[in-house]
Design a protein around this ligand. Sequence first.
Ligand code: PGA
Length: 260
Amino acid sequence: MNNQKYLIAANWKQNGDSKSLIKLINDFIKSYKKIKPRCEILILPPSIYLNAISNRLSHHKIPRKKISLGSQNISSFDNGAYTGELSVDMTKDYNCTYALIGHSERRHVFQEDEKTIAKKMQLSLASNMNTILCVGETIAEYNKKLTKKVILRQLKSALIKSSVLLKSDHSKVIIAYEPVWAIGTGKTASLDNISDVHSYIRNVLNKILGIKTNSIKILYGGSVNNLNASSILSLSNVNGALVGGASLNSKKFIDICSSI
Ligand code: PGA
């Protein structure tokens, strides 16, 4: 894993407007040369701004291996009569190479169930997208010491439909561990906790896929900022970060990317 790139993803969620997000991407572009070669940045803007952000990256000739684009969510169906949805193939038209699936806000605010998440994983992987699956426990589950049980269930249920495909090629799957109680709260999981859960995820992946999965990136997310990023990113089995709040501030986000 040592010569592998770290992936630092900016999840802008449903924030900003065309003016503020264009300014944000322009600020990222201005400072991106400072970023270490071992870092790939992924921008996950609100879908309606994907085209505008993609145009800024093309205009400045930013290599897509340096700053790539992804969607925060995809439909669990192929194209058809599904009002309000965006299929994985449509996101490709905006140069998306990543899809984020099963974020805790999708699971808990939009009641996305595990069957739907498994379908989205299957569609995204079949479409050759880099696919980030988010997993993580709620505070109640954490307090009852159910973290590993919950994560095992979430990983198994999300990957089951894709397991045949993944056994022959797992290069497109990425896992993000995001304790729900750490998202947007300023409370990060302790370093011991992150280490323990990430190595557990690695072992579960090895078992589910029946192979060594060291090349699958496992990101940490939940109140990552410019002050705690360096210690989190130096843990083994932490191969990047999924950043929400701090990614809306260009200086903080670039500092996170430079702290690898
Ligand atoms: P946060 O969000 O960094 O604001 O905690 C992380 C996420 O939801 O991906």
